[in-house]
Design a binder for this molecule. Structure first.
Ligand code: TRP
Length: 333
């Protein structure tokens, strides 16, 4: 094995994948593959903590994989696999459950939010979700975990659990660090731009799905909520400017140009012209990905092959950590 640092991250195959997922996560991962040994998983075990339709989970798992590959993550250079196809995740999660306190799990923001939203189904998996996530990360002796801001608390608890285990048994786990993506937190809803762009928003005009038709994408951007001031200007923290700030961030993320440079171009232009250009830039960013994606998604044999191979590789690596853990806690192996 080479001495590259290890990156681990993943996506839950629930809901449609949005432009926010692409710009905030997947696009950055494409960059990371040059310098790191990267492992990306489709987190289906996490997805059943809330009720989802089984056929949707199955379909979306392969959609996520196809989108990873279409976006430029090379399946020959990186490990991509389905979480449930490597049993080591569930096994380590059980052990770590016994080294995690109820109190710390009950304090997690996501648990509190999700139990409020799914009051009819506050199951034990919802509570122990962060333990499974800790297992995902720790199994691979991960150095860095690229995630959005909303996942940072999960990284913190993962570090706490790992540190606690290590202080009892010696250096079993590498303590990972969260890697905040540059643009991730900034992609907001097109209809209510003080809220994050979310695939679970009931209003589809508020987000851009990577699966939307090109004309739908353009229409959504042209229909984005802005303000009546008429100035294309970035004003951080000014909520009345949230819509324009968001369109500037999106334009910057898809073109790679700075927000200042873009704003300068539109100094003397109205919102109509600006929005039309943002729409075109987003469409041009998504179009080539979609063309690749459409081919891949119809090649089920190819995708299954990647998953099988990925799961074997993942298992081979994670087995080492799991065996060490089993030995330390006293299991006969
Ligand atoms: N909780 C993450 C999310 O909802 C998904 C996830 C599960 C994950 N296990 C992980 C991300 C391990 C990074 C590392 O986005």
């Amino acid at each position: 094995m080479d001495d590259k640092k290890i990156i681990f991250s993943g996506t839950q195959p629930s809901g449609v994948l949005t432009l926010g997922n692409y710009l905030g996560a997947i696009k950055n991962w494409v960059e990371l593959q040059k310098d790191y040994r990267c492992i990306y998983a489709m987190m289906d075990l996490h997805t059943i903590t809330v009720r989802n339709t089984p056929a949707d989970i199955r379909r979306r798992t392969l959609e996520v994989l196809a989108l990873y590959i279409a976006s430029g993550i090379d399946p020959d250079e990186n490990i991509m696999f389905i979480q449930s196809q490597n049993p080591n995740h569930a096994e380590l999660a059980w052990v770590l459950n016994c080294y995690t306190y109820m109190g710390e799990l009950q304090r997690m923001t996501q648990f509190k939010d999700k139990s409020a939203r799914h009051a009819e189904n506050i199951n034990a998996g919802l509570l122990t979700y962060p333990v499974l996530m800790a297992a995902d990360i720790l199994l691979y002796q991960t150095d860095f975990v690229p995630v959005g801001k909303d996942q940072m608390q999960h990284i913190e608890i993962c570090r706490d659990i790992a540190g606690r285990f290590n202080s009892l048994y010696g250096d079993v786990f590498k303590i990972p660090e969260g890697l905040l993506s540059k643009t991730g937190a900034k992609i907001m809803s097109l209809q209510d731009p003080v809220k994050k762009m979310s695939k679970s928003d009931p209003n589809p005009k508020s987000y851009i799905s990577m699966m939307d038709d090109m004309n739908v994408i353009a229409k959504k951007i042209k229909g984005a909520v802005t303000d009546s001031e008429g100035k294309v200007e970035y004003r951080e923290g000014d909520d009345t400017k949230a819509g324009i700030n968001n369109l500037l961030s999106i334009m910057s993320a898809v073109t790679g140009r700075s927000i200042e440079a873009i704003a300068a171009d539109y100094q003397n232009q109205g919102y109509g012209v600006f929005k039309a250009d943002v729409a075109e830039a987003v469409v041009e960013c998504i179009r080539p990905i979609r063309e690749k994606y459409d081919k891949l998604i119809n090649d089920k044999a190819y995708l299954s092959g990647i998953c099988k191979n990925g799961a074997e590789n993942a298992r081979r690596i994670s087995e080492r950590t799991l065996n060490k853990v089993y030995k330390k806690v006293g299991f006969v192996i």
